[in-house]
Design a protein around this ligand. Structure first.
Ligand code: FAD
Length: 405
């Protein structure tokens, strides 16, 4: 039978407990402790930074924040590549559109780095402030509630007993199936997509440039992200074809999408990191309750076609740190934080809602299939190359490449 006890922390008491060391939780710990002398505990049920590739794009608004938090050099040192162009290729007609990712007045780079590396770098940058204690391999089972408000967390420890830890603030950054959100009684209604994304890595062809590519094909598009000696692929799979991607070797699975792009001819699939992701969209009706607050996938899930999930989680983290940090640094207790929570939600909700909407419409275009779609793709991308099309391209890109704040 499990026992419950309260264990003193390294500092005797934490100011903040963050549940989840994904990009959102780690970014929040970094943003908060970079600016304030606060003691933060970050807990994750995994034994270390994630090993699944689920988004590698660090867009200019995010690299701007990383520079502000002193973490951009670490990201570059971890092997991040700079991408300056996005190309759209047709499986027969070749290059249809080549778009520069630069915008007037934006000097922050667009970087790509495998997701597990991003998580690792964020956690290391947060720990380097000496104000963050990181605990991997510990699952939060419940929120400690006192007087109707969240006062701490209860953990399953590796010893098999339960540990209670208290703090002035509990932040749920524990992803789409958030334990904290459930404990606060907040739902995340999710609408499923009729397509999934099949993720795998291939070897990088010699001479392949550092560009983002979209391969257009009526059976489903493929997003291609460059990496060191590898290319990360995310191939659209319609619901009726999903079972084909659930069995067989990595080579078999690559063979099932090889006809969609000449880029894949003769390539080898990496044996690890292959996944078929179900996709959803949804937005929680509240970001905070009972004295605790949520961020990232715990409050919103989106179609990843515009590479925005990570950006939203990191921008949530920055906004939350901005609103609660000064109050906590001045000694605010849990009861004083409802105002900062409301300001955080007022700032982020309309932005997040807009990104969910845009990503949804973009995903509908990306998921178009059938015989007429080849003609449509060529027409649309032909128009995008016109002077008016270039203005539209710039408008769409500036929505994602410029900071909302
Ligand atoms: C196929 C796919 C492709 C994607 N591509 C992109 C992309 O190109 N660009 C982009 O920006 N985004 C992309 N995303 C979205 C992106 O991965 C997420 O939006 C982002 O990782 C959310 O970060 P988070 O920190 O909020 O949550 P998560 O990354 O889910 O982290 C939550 C953490 O909480 C921990 N946790 C959960 N429950 C508990 C518990 N009870 N106790 C302790 N720890 C717990 C988990 O172990 C995990 O580490 C993609 C997603 C998918 C599925």
């Amino acid at each position: 039978m499990s026992r419950s006890h309260t264990v003193p922390s390294r500092w005797g008491e934490f100011d903040v407990i963050v549940v989840g060391a994904g990009v959102g939780g780690a970014a929040f710990a970094l943003a908060l402790t970079h600016a304030h002398d606060l003691r933060v505990l970050v807990v994750d049920r995994h034994t270390g930074p994630g090993n699944i590739n689920r988004g590698e794009s660090l867009l200019p608004p995010v690299t701007r924040l990383l520079a502000e938090w002193g973490a951009l050099d670490r990201v570059r040192a971890a092997g991040a590549l700079t991408v300056a162009r996005m190309q759209f290729h047709h499986h027969r007609a070749g290059l249809l559109l080549d778009v520069p990712l630069a915008l007037p007045g934006v000097t922050d780079p667009y970087l790509v780095l495998p997701h597990p590396e991003i998580e690792r770098v964020f956690v290391e940058a947060a720990a380097a402030t000496s104000r963050v204690e990181m605990r991997y391999g510990q699952r939060v089972t419940r929120i400690v509630v006192d007087g109707g408000r969240a006062r701490g967390i209860a953990l399953d420890t590796p010893r098999g007993d339960e540990e209670e830890i208290r703090a002035r603030l509990v932040v749920g950054a524990d992803g789409a199936a958030s334990t904290v959100r459930a404990a606060l009684g907040i739902e995340l209604p999710r609408i499923p997509y009729g397509h999934a994304l099949f993720i795998l890595d291939i070897d990088r062809p010699p001479g392949h440039p550092d560009v983002l590519r979209t391969e257009l094909h009526p059976d489903g598009g493929i997003l291609v992200v460059p990496g060191v000696n590898r290319l990360g692929l995310a191939a659209l799979v319609h619901a009726c074809d999903e079972r084909l991607f659930r069995s067989g070797s990595s080579a078999d699975k690559l063979a099932r999408i090889a006809h969609r792009s000449p880029l894949l001819a003769g390539r080898r699939a990496a044996p690890v990191g292959i996944h078929l992701y179900k996709l959803w969209r949804g937005h929680a009706p509240r970001y905070a309750a009972r004295g605790a607050v949520l961020l990232g996938d715990a409050i919103h899930v989106i179609n990843p076609v515009m590479a925005q999930g990570m950006t939203m989680a990191i921008e949530d983290a920055a906004a939350l740190a901005h609103h609660v940090g000064p109050a906590l640094a001045c000694g605010a207790v849990n009861e004083d934080l409802d105002g900062p929570f409301a300001a955080y939600e007022r700032e982020r909700r309309p932005i997040n809602a807009g990104v969910i909407r845009w990503s949804h419409w973009m995903s509908r275009g990306f998921a178009l299939g059938g015989p007429g779609v080849d003609v449509l793709h060529r027409r649309v991308f032909g128009l995008a190359n016109s002077p008016l099309g270039r203005v539209a391209q710039r408008m769409v890109w500036s929505r994602f490449a410029t900071s909302p704040t």
